[in-house]
Write a protein that binds this ligand. Structure first.
Ligand code: CO
Length: 140
């Protein structure tokens, strides 16, 4: 049940302005921009090597990232780890009484299944678990 670093999520007020820096100035190619309505974010995934960088623009002020920014917070919003068995990991965390934002996995970007662990249970870090769909035709 090992976890592998997958991406960091950065909260941004305006995606276009953020891309002008992260993509255009820092030079990380943008792999995809996707609205993930159920999580209330527009996500830009930047290629920063095996660990991606995710820019998160809120789709509404009542979304998690919208509230984060409205509270005057900024910068790194969450850290994500990849697993191939998210259901088993979540079952173990539930059994251990770890505080979860999602008791069960929900749809994420790119066909992933994701769940967030409450920062109260991870030393103040909002941790995301990600399970990728089984690759078609091999590859990663
Ligand atoms: Co994420």
């Amino acid at each position: 049940m090992s976890l592998v670093m997958d991406h960091i999520g950065v909260a941004v007020a305006e995606l276009d302005a953020a891309l002008a820096v992260w993509r255009d100035q820092l030079g990380m190619p943008c792999l995809e921009i996707e609205d993930v309505a159920n999580l209330g974010v527009r996500v830009a995934i930047l290629d920063s090597g095996p660990t991606k960088t995710e820019l998160l623009e809120p789709l509404g002020t009542d979304s998690t990232v919208g509230k984060f920014l409205a509270a005057g917070r900024k910068g790194i919003h969450h850290v994500a780890y990849r697993t191939t068995e998210i259901d088993a990991v979540l079952a173990r965390l539930r059994a251990a009484g770890v505080r979860l934002i999602h008791e069960h996995a929900v749809p994420g970007s790119r066909g992933t299944r994701v769940a967030f662990i409450h920062p109260a249970s991870c030393n103040g870090v909002l941790v995301e678990l990600v399970e990728y769909p089984v690759a078609k035709g091999g590859g990663h």
